[in-house]
Design a protein around this ligand. Structure first.
Ligand code: AMP
Length: 282
């Protein structure tokens, strides 16, 4: 397994693979790898000749006062996990490799980037789409894998790839949970024991509304009320810590009043220092 930080070197290496008609699969991450990330890597390993993982804590997707500095960075542990999964290359750039002095260019998917998490994290998705576009241009994968844990991010990236005619297949991958239901996230490391217990209310509320929908409830107000009831049944979670609860069209994230076919229920809440997101597709 190679670990390369220089974008030019990655680009040249991959061009070499392409000339040999190798299929390249790519998993962009911010590191602190867990089973959620590994599920993407394993899928890519099955489907490609070459698997490339990028590990880059992208400064421009963090707002002022967010956790850019605190974000876990565990290069050795991540490298060991990638090696075990038979990753061929880790792209491990420094911030100045991606954003050299005088950097000026950004890409933004309008509308989709301003709702839900975008309303609470100004500029976040502009930072995500910019870095993902750059990473795709450096790695040139045939397929890039994205987890549905970050549902809005997936929808935005899929839209960017369509709108900009990028020649890459974007594969959505299922959200991976701990056995007790908590959605896996690098940010779960911020939770102490009590907070971690409280965090289970997120998945519990989503599983409960899934049942209500299966039992015929179609009214979003009723379903949201149930999510609030469960979230606020704990000791730590207060209404002011809930950024949003949304019942939305899974294709375009439009808010739904009545559910006709499929929907996605998305929530974002603060527990202590951790901003947690979760969702369920129905
Ligand atoms: P991150 O390192 O948080 O930027 O995530 C890198 C990729 O892993 C993104 O496509 C995420 O959606 C995906 N991912 C993170 N957590 C999970 C999870 N629990 N299940 C599935 N995919 C995940």
């Amino acid at each position: 397994m190679e670990i390369i930080s220089n974008p030019e070197k990655v680009f040249r290496k991959i061009q070499g693979y392409k000339l040999k008609r190798k299929q390249v699969g790519f998993i962009p991450t911010m590191g602190a790898l867990h089973e959620g990330h590994l599920s993407l890597i394993r899928k890519a390993r099955k489907e490609n000749d070459i698997v490339v993982v990028s590990i880059f804590v992208n400064p421009i997707q963090f707002g002022q006062g967010e956790d850019y500095n605190a974000y876990p960075r565990v290069k050795n542990a991540d490298s060991a996990k990638c090696k075990k999964e038979k990753v061929d290359m880790i792209f491990y750039p420094k911030a100045r490799d991606i954003y050299p002095d005088g950097y000026l260019t950004y890409v933004e998917v309008e509308r989709l980037s301003n709702c839900l998490c975008g309303r609470y994290r100004e500029g976040h998705f502009k930072g995500v789409t910019t870095v993902v576009l750059k990473l795709l241009n450096i790695v040139h994968p045939d397929t890039a894998y994205f987890g549905l844990k970050d549902y809005q991010q997936f929808i935005i990236i899929r839209k960017m790839v369509r709108d900009l005619n990028l020649n890459v297949k974007i594969k959505p991958m299922p959200l991976i949970r701990e056995t007790d239901g908590l959605a896996m996230s690098s940010r779960n490391k911020y939770l102490d024991n009590d907070q971690r217990k409280e965090a289970l209310l997120l998945s519990r509320s989503l599983f409960s509304v899934k049942k209500m929908i299966q039992n015929g409830e179609k009214r979003a107000v009723k379903l949201k009320k149930e999510v609030y009831r469960i979230l606020l049944s704990g000791r730590l979670l207060k209404k002011r810590y809930i950024d949003y609860i949304s019942i939305a069209d899974p294709d375009n994230l439009d808010d739904l009043k009545i559910i006709h076919g499929h929907c996605v229920i998305l929530i974002a809440v603060w527990i202590g220092k951790a901003r947690l997101i979760d969702n369920i597709i129905i």
